[in-house]
Ligand binder design. Structure first.
Ligand SMILES: Nc1ncnc2c1ncn2[C@@H]1O[C@H](COP(=O)(O)OP(=O)(O)OP(=O)(O)O)[C@@H](O)[C@H]1O
Ligand SMILES: [Mg+2]
Length: 331
């Protein structure tokens, strides 16, 4: 007997900073900057933004425009699996939970427009939990904290829904901003976002007590000329105190609003960190220290949401009734 051909599956997570596409659970997901630019013919160029100022469709709200949303998805998907792959695939799209019903529908229609396959829209945090290796479809409480670029979402996930949920605008960008502001105020040196991000990635370590000199480049406000200065590494820790505290406070609030029957599970299974901000050195031990709950960083924290979308599609096929219950699923 001839087997019915299985449609390829594409899972795509839309983040303010990164868009990730996963095609296969066991292979690396493609990670691209969530930005496009327009070339001379006003054609959208996704990923590479060398020619013009990048436009961030999610951050800047352009994703509300159907034409932009469908072109954006099409270009991303074509980049990872070719035009033909796009037409026939089943597509899962993970969107930030902050999206309104209208924005969800735009994304759904945009994805429908480019494929003959099925389209499913999932909430980021549920997909992230699944991609981080948590069993989200059991009556058991698991805590996931997604430290993205523009926000941190903390949730206790159980039975494909969120039993407790909280947000703060302090995501990984807030660390860049705090570093930039500190150096500006203390040394009258304007660093710019890229330099602040470099310092965050290379020298910020929340659990390191040692002190060493860190070279910082920028533009002096006094001479108005390019200048380099040395600061002490521990100054960076002091500079980011506010976003660290905001993240910890959000996690504590979510823990305190967790139903008692799931609180014990969380104590047992611990807190799992995902999102690019999970890579901030020492953030796991800081969270563990202040909550008393063991904390780990998941594998592939940036791409795990897209990987989780592949898992959700499988879970959906097995649990149609859960789909109808639906807190995890947008449409
Ligand atoms: N090694 C690292 N150390 C510290 N921060 C990092 C590291 N790698 C990435 N980041 C930060 O992670 C952030 C991007 O994370 P992520 O891809 O999860 O965001 P996003 O999902 O696009 O954003 P959002 O969730 O707000 O929509 C950036 O601010 C980046 O600087
Ligand atoms: Mg994200």
């Amino acid at each position: 007997m001839l087997k019915k051909p299985v449609r390829p599956v594409i899972s795509i997570s839309l983040g303010n900073e990164n868009t990730c596409i996963a095609l296969d659970k066991d292979k690396n997901a493609l990670v691209e900057m969530s930005a496009f630019s327009l070339n001379k013919d006003k054609k959208m160029l996704v990923g590479s933004c060398a020619e013009n100022e990048p436009i961030f469709p999610i951050r800047d709200g352009h994703i509300c425009d159907f034409e932009i949303a469908s072109e954006y998805l099409k270009q991303f998907i074509t980049k990872s699996c070719g035009k033909v792959g796009t037409y026939f695939s089943n597509i899962a799209v993970m969107i930030p939970d902050s999206f309104s019903r209208f924005q969800r529908e735009i994304i759904y229609e945009a994805a429908k427009h480019i494929t003959l396959g099925n389209v499913r829209i999932f909430d980021n945090i549920i997909a992230t939990a699944s991609g981080a290796g948590l069993e989200i479809d059991r009556p058991y409480g698991n805590m996931i904290v997604d430290i993205g670029a523009t926000k941190t979402t903390a949730a206790v996930v159980s039975m494909l829904g969120t039993a407790a949920l909280g947000y703060t605008k302090s995501g990984a960008y807030a660390f860049d901003e705090a570093i930039e502001k500190y150096i500006f105020m203390k040394y009258s040196l304007k660093t710019g976002k890229n330099e602040a991000e470099r310092l965050k990635k290379s020298f910020l370590d929340l659990s390191d007590e040692s002190e060493y000199a860190v070279y910082v480049k920028g533009k002096s406000l006094e001479s108005l000329l390019p200048e380099g200065i040395d600061i002490i590494s521990s100054e960076l820790k002091g500079a980011v105190q506010e976003p660290v505290e905001n993240i910890i406070m959000t996690i504590r609030q979510v823990l305190s609003s967790t139903p008692p029957e799931l609180a014990g599970d969380v104590l047992e299974s611990g807190i799992t960190l995902a999102g690019g901000g999970a890579l901030i050195k020492g953030i796991d031990s800081k969270i563990e220290e202040s909550t008393g709950v063991k904390t780990r960083i998941c594998e592939n924290p940036i791409a795990c949401c897209a990987k989780g979308g592949l898992n959700l599609l499988t879970i959906c096929d097995k649990n149609i009734y859960m789909l109808e219950k639906g807190s995890a699923f947008g449409l």
